[in-house]
Design a protein around this ligand. Structure first.
Ligand code: GAL
Length: 675
């Protein structure tokens, strides 16, 4: 494992280290005459751009006819980039098959859920399970790797681009049935776990099982998502193996993932890869720092290490109902926030718009005339700051003492049957995240099976699907002195999406010494009060029953709909030096904060820098004897921050100080020794 050191710190090219913090852009040289490239690259170099991602939609240029390969242009583009000290990440072009391929082999085209076959055009029109399509993918990936796998200026590979939609063709159905057969062995086992006597769903053969992504038996739906995950994982593996055969081990392998993407389990996909990366867009231009912070932490958790932001918007994107521009300060704050949460690179999408094509309106760094647009100058300043801070950032990363547990099975299961449309899983997760991030100033977001020993506090906002093994893992954490907080809807379902007969939290009922008596979706806010404060529950409320003598009620509902009146809403129990707490309601934001602050204090969680104003974000990266603080004032007023140790400003220079004054929207990057 490479834990403990920043990935970029480990990259080296022919002895020369790649900068540990990179700023880059998506560049499409195939869309421009080669005579233009030196000008593009000179403008990039002047803007301190260190890396370009290329090639991810260039299949028709790489292989204009079946078996005819043109890689010379990319070789020349990479060489020209190297002359400008710019490194390259190559994207495999498989998200956009060329027309000759889909015309000659229409069976590689994706089939939509309603049975319609996709037409050629746009992108992502392929079927992810098609053996024939995979053969072509393997072919182009292997050829690219053979050509560029030892190129010292190529530092990594991106597989495909924002993978997502499954296919509903006959081949996929066949593979789904085979997957079910491997999982259940007998149809009787499937019938039992899915409780198929309900609505006469009993199957005699695996081949009778329908393939649907919604409106079906929840056990089937959950398994379909797992099958989709396994299929995308093997889709990625197919290309990874092809590339690994020829590529230098120093080249990383990643795929760029989307905003809270849940079409498959990201942990599983990232197991195939060496680096997690994501595309950080705020297309409506409304940048809420906590909403973006949680996504950085989510992606850092995919591999539990530093990551890349493979795409972000130069001012604006082009795919929201209103594509508003981020203010220049927000572009800077967002980039530094990404770094503060563990990004080692931030790349802007894109350098220049193709003169035609679907994305003419997306933000760019240069205009159709080839000259800088305003965003170029903003990016140039950010890049200059990155260059100043890079040596300090090398081999550092965030180290959190608080973890939040995120599970795709739970997310999917709640989404299949929300019970109230208002229960957005991401919203609920973020409602727990915000106070935790404000208090602890560093939160890891990890899967339910991640090692937990280093955390003082572990919070699972809605661990709806909880397996026996996961429950044992969590119980062991508590027995070892950890503090576990479960949110509403936790522990309701087994791994087959069937109801646990113990009621919630299922296999954790004995540890909690209590259980959920009943759940309710709410029309109106319900008052609740107790030792931790008072406020309201909205959207969701569960009544709880303590069963063990040492399980305590921390909060009760006030008078409301009759079902909830006076009933326990929060239970807690000490277990040795650890504890388990169950919060049965979606609390209003001030109460959520009071409750989580109290639980964090009980768990001996301490802020990294105490006494900081609400609008000031504190990030910390540690490693190699260094402590780097990234402070971002997201507010409109100046703030003074008192540091626990003297630190030197990397962006402005000057001696180490204990006090920093942050102007509105100012970023400060500070280096202090790690004592
Ligand atoms: C991303 C995608 C890019 C480009 C960009 C536009 O989601 O990966 O290829 O389409 O959006 O904002």
């Amino acid at each position: 494992m490479l834990l403990g050191a920043g990935l970029s710190g480990l990259l080296s090219v022919a002895g020369a280290a790649v900068p540990p913090l990179l700023l880059g852009t998506a560049w499409y040289p195939e869309q421009w005459p080669q005579s233009r490239w030196p000008k593009d690259l000179a403008l990039m170099q002047a803007a301190h751009i260190d890396v370009v991602r290329v090639g991810e939609f260039a299949w028709s240029t790489f292989e204009p006819r079946q078996g005819v390969y043109h890689f010379g242009w990319l070789e020349r583009a990479i060489a020209e980039a190297a002359r400008h000290h710019i490194y390259v990440v190559i994207g495999t072009p498989t998200a956009a098959p060329p027309a000759w391929l889909t015309r000659r082999y229409p069976q590689t085209l994706r089939v939509h859920a309603d049975g319609r076959r996709a037409q050629h055009g746009n992108r992502q029109q392929f079927s992810f399970s098609s053996p024939l399509y995979r053969k072509f993918c393997r072919g182009i990936a292997a050829r690219l790797a053979r050509h560029f796998g030892r190129n010292p200026d190529v530092i990594g590979w991106q597989i495909d681009n924002e993978m997502g939609p499954p296919s509903f063709d006959a081949e996929t159905r066949h593979q789904f049935h085979a997957w079910l057969r491997r999982k259940y062995h007998t149809i009787a086992a499937l019938n039992r776990h899915w409780a198929t006597a309900y609505w006469s769903q009993t199957y005699d053969h695996f081949s009778q099982v329908p393939m649907r992504a919604q409106g079906e038996n929840p056990g089937l739906l959950l398994d379909f998502r797992r099958f989709v995950t396994a299929t995308w994982a093997s889709y990625v593996r197919n290309q990874v193996q092809a590339i690994r055969r020829y590529a230098s081990p120093r080249q990383f392998l990643t795929t760029n993932t989307t905003h809270w993407g849940d079409q498959f389990d990201q942990y599983a996909i990232n197991r195939e890869l060496t680096l997690a990366s994501w595309d950080d867009y705020v297309p409506d231009g409304r940048y809420h720092w906590l909403d973006n912070a949680v996504e950085d932490d989510l992606v850092r958790g995919y591999k539990r290490r530093d990551f890349w932001v493979m795409e972000t918007q130069p001012a604006f994107a082009d795919w929201a109902p209103v594509n508003a521009a981020l203010p220049p300060y927000a572009m800077r704050d967002l980039a530094w926030q990404d770094v503060g949460h563990g990004a080692d690179a931030v790349l802007y999408w894109q350098w220049r718009s193709a003169l035609n094509g679907q994305e003419q309106y997306n933000g760019t760094l240069i205009g159709p005339d080839g000259e800088p647009v305003p965003a170029y100058w903003v990016v140039r300043k950010i890049a200059a700051q990155f260059a100043l801070a890079a040596p300090a950032i090398a081999a550092t990363r965030p180290h959190s003492r608080v973890a939040m547990l995120q599970s795709y099975a739970s997310r999917w299961a709640i989404d299949f049957q929300r019970q109230t449309i208002r229960f957005g899983v991401v919203r609920e997760f973020t409602a727990f995240y915000e106070p935790l991030e404000r208090f602890a100033q560093s939160v890891d977001v990890v899967g339910a099976r991640a090692p937990l020993g280093r955390y003082r506090l572990v919070v699972a906002p809605a661990l709806n699907v909880l397996s026996g093994a996961e429950a044992r893992h969590l119980a062991a954490y508590v027995r070892a002195g950890g503090h576990l907080v479960l949110g509403p809807r936790s522990g309701m379902k087994d791994p087959y999406d069937a109801l646990w007969t113990e009621r919630q939290p299922g296999p954790l009922v004995p540890l909690l010494g209590g259980q959920v008596q009943q759940y309710y979706s709410l029309l109106h806010p319900v008052p609740l009060r107790g030792r931790l404060g008072s406020g309201f529950a909205s959207i969701w409320a569960e009544t709880l029953v303590p069963q063990a003598h040492d399980t305590h009620v921390l909060m009760r509902y006030g008078t409301s709909n009759g079902w909830l009146n006076g009933k326990p809403a929060v239970l807690t129990r000490r277990v040795g030096k650890g504890s388990i707490t169950y919060i049965g309601a979606w609390l209003d934001p001030p109460l959520m904060r009071t409750v989580l602050d109290a639980l964090a204090r009980d768990a001996h969680v301490r802020p990294l820098i105490p006494g900081v104003a609400d609008n000031v974000e504190v990030c910390e990266r540690l490693g190699d004897g260094k402590r780097v603080w990234i402070l971002i004032n997201h507010g409109r007023k100046p703030h003074v921050v008192h540091l626990p140790a003297p630190a030197a400003s990397l962006l402005t220079g000057g001696p180490a100080r204990r006090t920093v004054t942050l102007a509105p929207h100012q970023v400060s990057v500070l280096l202090a020794p790690l004592t």
